[in-house]
Design a protein around this ligand. Structure first.
Ligand code: S3P
Length: 415
């Protein structure tokens, strides 16, 4: 594998740019937004809520006069992030909002968001005893609240902070394990008073109510979760050198680089600014490592591709404490284990992770069941680079939810 690649705009940041542009008064613009289906769903939802969205010269322009009650169901597609964030955002707005998505998203837990929001006074109901979408939000007056003991989830934290914008007093979330801080940092950028206080062993994030966010121009850096596929691809294939350009680097997002460095990977960050770097990666002899504990949120989306790296490493790697994988776009413990087994890798499934014994022999020709999960499909595509025959990746169209064109880019790098 050889060459340079610039992955699409970060998906987490793109969602937030669009939602904050809806909450702002006036004209916002977004450069290098993610072009995947998930962020398209977010654009569709802000249009349904009254914003005018257009695209000019590769940038998205959003004109907003605030949230209006929609005339249709808000369709989140495959995006759990959108479902959680939009629910929190809407909880304090007068109106009737129904949110629903595809079969996968409508099977993912929503009680983790509905219950804390209800304790702020939100009126939200959902299928299956208020645990799943479709959900209905009846906007209501919200009270500020301090939360601790929530799951280590940036989506849950973000839903609460966005609801807090409309509460009658400040709202805080105390985090013991850090999760991606994009919502709180981006709220600060649009004029919201957000305090982030280190309590020694935990962090308190407090948002002060604010209904007049500033419109602004956003530039989205490349997605580290997409960069991870090319980095691992370069590491596990012979005579490879790849430069992945303009990637967002933040310790809550680049845990995969720390894991890979522990495995002996030749990777180098070439910083371009405080938070953006080019990542250089080249063929490496990998050794096993353990992944678990507080590290999990920083690698949560990269575990399937790290599982591919572990399958090529010398020794036995363990992933523990990753039960959250069970409630992603697919049950990613099951789909990752299934993928590795199909490739002929020695892997054990555990309730909260997996144990993988690596080898440097080729992967078997195989059929990979992805369960329509984009990250499993992309991990399988990288795995196929070290297979000694044909690999069929089922339902690979899911790749379009986060990275349309991924396969063509990968092919251009492998020549
Ligand atoms: C995301 C948070 C993570 C991650 C997801 C995107 C976000 O989910 O898996 O892909 O943008 O906030 P959790 O915070 O629920 O773990």
């Amino acid at each position: 594998m050889a060459g340079e690649v610039r992955p699409p705009g970060d998906k987490s940041i793109s969602h937030r740019c669009v939602l904050l542009s809806l909450l702002a008064n006036g004209r916002s613009e977004i450069f290098s937004i993610s072009k995947g289906g998930d962020v398209n769903s977010t654009l569709g939802i802000v249009e349904a809520l009254g914003a005018v969205v257009s695209e000019t010269d590769g940038r998205i322009v959003i004109e907003s006069k605030g949230i209006q009650e929609p005339r249709k169901i808000l369709d989140v597609g495959n995006s759990g992030t959108l479902l959680r964030l939009a629910t929190g955002m809407l909880a304090g707005y007068q109106g009737h909002f129904v949110l629903s998505g595809d079969e996968s998203v409508n099977s993912r837990p929503m009680d983790r968001v509905i219950e804390p929001l209800a304790s702020m006074g939100a009126r939200i109901t959902g299928r299956s005893g208020n645990r799943m979408a479709p959900i209905t939000v009846l906007g209501s007056e919200l009270k500020g609240h301090e939360f601790s003991g929530l799951p280590a989830s940036a989506q849950v934290k973000s839903a609460i902070l966005l609801a807090g914008l409309r509460a009658d007093s400040p709202t805080s979330v105390i985090e013991v394990v850090s999760t991606r801080p994009h919502t709180e940092e981006m709220l600060q950028e649009v004029g919201v008073d957000v305090e982030i206080v280190d309590l020694g062993g935990s962090t308190r994030i407090t948002v002060h109510p604010n209904s007049s966010l500033k419109a602004k121009s956003w530039r989205v850096p490349s997605d580290p979760s997409q960069a991870a596929f090319f980095v691992v691809g370069a590491l596990i294939t012979p005579r490879s050198e790849v430069l992945v350009k303009d990637v967002l680097v933040h310790k809550t997002r680049t845990g995969f680089l720390e894991v890979l460095k522990r495995m002996g990977a030749q990777v180098e960050l070439r910083m371009k600014s405080d938070s953006v770097a080019d990542i250089y990666a080249s063929s490496s002899k990998l050794r096993a490592t353990d992944i678990g504990g507080d590290e999990i949120p920083s690698v949560i989306d990269e575990l399937p591709i790290l599982a591919i790296a572990a399958a090529r490493a010398e020794g036995t790697s363990q992933i523990t404490g990753a039960e959250e994988l069970r409630v992603k776009e697919s049950d990613r413990i099951l789909t990752s284990v299934g993928m590795l087994r199909a490739f002929g890798v020695d892997v054990e499934e555990h309730k909260d992770g997996m144990v993988i014994t690596g080898s440097d022999g080729p992967f078997r020709p195989s059929v990979i069941e992805t369960k329509f999960d984009h990250r499993i499909a992309m991990s399988a595509a990288i795995g196929s680079l070290v297979a000694d025959g044909e690999v069929e990746i089922r339902d690979a169209s899911s790749v379009d939810t986060s990275y349309p064109g991924f396969l063509a880019v990968l092919l251009s790098l492998v020549g």
